[in-house]
Design a protein. Structure first.
Length: 430
């Protein structure tokens, strides 16, 4: 049944639903453009907490304007309805993309997560923390440009309230430890998303309750896949470290991913389930945050010193050979002059081989040969051994916060674009 909101937005069909709101595909009758409309469930209009969460998200979205954040077009708030009108993003969300089509290539995964990191950098610059970065909250627009959505758990950097875990499989270790959250918590979650994009599964998912899953982030880390580029793994491992102050910022993470992307494979691998490893047994998995990538040039000192030594050696050999030739030539000349006419004249060609003469002829100076003892340049080490794969299917343990839409697996699989929006928001009071 068609319904018109604010005498402008035609709601055509419901495309996703959750515990707090339903998402409709619609049309702006003024611009004739497709839109997505998130409508707070009517039964929640009387619940103060739900309405306040809806308004809080509206205010956060109103402050944000970035090409990698879903655009808010309108807010509608009346006595009967609260809704947010957003841009329509055509290709669904990343969660369904990976589930239906398998892992992304390392090249595509790096560029897509660089988009999200840039969006997070903008969020952090405004003093906010997203709080629930996961594949279901990343939409895929034209040319598969990433669009970050769902700001229902957004909070200020200085919020004194205890942290919310958002979705446990992507929660940073400091959340499990009850420590303050920061922009670094969002970067950690994005690093887990990147690993999932390339492997096809979240290694923190499966078995246990929410507290068990949260604790895994403190004690364990994914292994380095054998076929992952070393520079990419350094970026990923730095973002997954337990200590928030050692993780790169969102802007640094985006810069690093874009710098390494051109060298990465464009071929996607098969779905691989990795077993987490103990952080204490894998110190190499937590390198210090990488510096901004710099073009690698030939070793300046080593190369220059090697060439100088070679030239010096060649000059020495040439001088030595010249001295030997002089010693052989001048004594022979003196002997011939003192012999006079009583001694037969001897030519080089007719005389029997004279050892000194033969040596003079054979010791023509040669060009020095390049040294073959120069050490070979050290290439990158091979990747570490991959973790053992698990045969069982991953078990969802998402337990959303009250302000988060439940992660309905069945609905998500059937309807791309679930979690198309955050929470309800304020605006046109009608």
């Amino acid at each position: 049944m068609t319904r018109i909101l604010a005498q402008r937005y035609e709601l055509q069909s419901e495309i996703a639903g959750g515990g707090a709101a339903a998402v409709w595909q619609g049309v702006d009758q003024v611009t004739e453009e497709p839109v997505a409309v998130k409508v707070l469930h009517p039964r929640l209009r009387a619940e103060t907490d739900s309405v306040e969460a809806f308004f809080a998200e509206a205010e956060a979205l109103a402050e944000l304007s970035h090409p990698n954040i879903v655009e808010v077009k309108d807010f509608i708030v009346t006595d009967d309805i609260a809704a947010t009108v957003l841009e329509h993003v055509p290709n669904g969300d990343l969660k369904n993309r990976v589930r239906q089509d398998g892992p992304l290539s390392p090249h595509s995964a790096a560029l897509l997560c660089a988009d999200v990191a840039q969006a997070l950098a903008h969020v952090h610059d405004t003093g906010l923390i997203h709080g629930d970065v996961k594949p279901g909250n990343i939409l895929l627009g034209e040319d598969y440009q990433a669009k970050l959505i769902d700001f229902g758990t957004v909070r200020p950097h200085d919020d004194p309230r205890p942290p919310s875990h958002g979705t446990a499989e992507y929660a940073a270790p400091e959340i499990a430890l009850g420590q303050p959250v920061s922009g670094a918590s969002d970067v950690y979650a994005l690093a887990v998303v990147l690993f999932e994009c390339m492997s096809g599964g979240n290694p923190y998912r499966g078995g246990g309750d929410v507290e068990t899953v949260l604790r895994r982030h403190v004690d364990q880390i994914p292994p380095c896949p054998v076929d992952v580029d070393g520079q990419l793994w350094n970026l990923l491992a730095a973002a997954l470290t337990v200590r928030p102050n050692e993780r790169p910022s969102a802007a640094q993470f985006a810069q690093g991913l874009r710098a390494v992307a051109p060298r990465l494979s464009r071929a996607a691998g098969a779905v691989t389930h990795y077993r987490l490893v103990d952080r204490r047994l894998a110190p190499a998995m937590e390198p210090t945050p990488p510096q901004p990538p710099v073009a690698v040039a030939a070793p300046a000192d080593g190369g220059r010193h090697t060439r100088t030594a070679t030239v010096t050696l060649a000059a020495g050999i040439a001088v030595g050979l010249s001295l030997v030739g002089a010693l052989l030539f001048f004594p022979r000349g003196d002997a011939e002059e003192t012999a006079g006419d009583d001694q037969p004249s001897v030519s080089v060609e007719e005389s029997s081989p004279d050892p000194a003469s033969s040596q003079e002829e054979s010791e023509t100076p040669r060009e020095p040969q390049p040294s073959s003892d120069e050490p070979a340049s050290d290439g990158p080490e091979g990747g570490e051994d991959p973790g053992e794969s698990e045969s069982e299917e991953p078990l969802e343990t998402d337990e959303p916060e009250p302000s988060e839409e439940p992660d309905n697996e069945d609905d998500t699989d059937q309807v791309p674009g679930e979690e198309h929006l955050g929470s309800p928001l304020p605006g046109n009071h009608g």
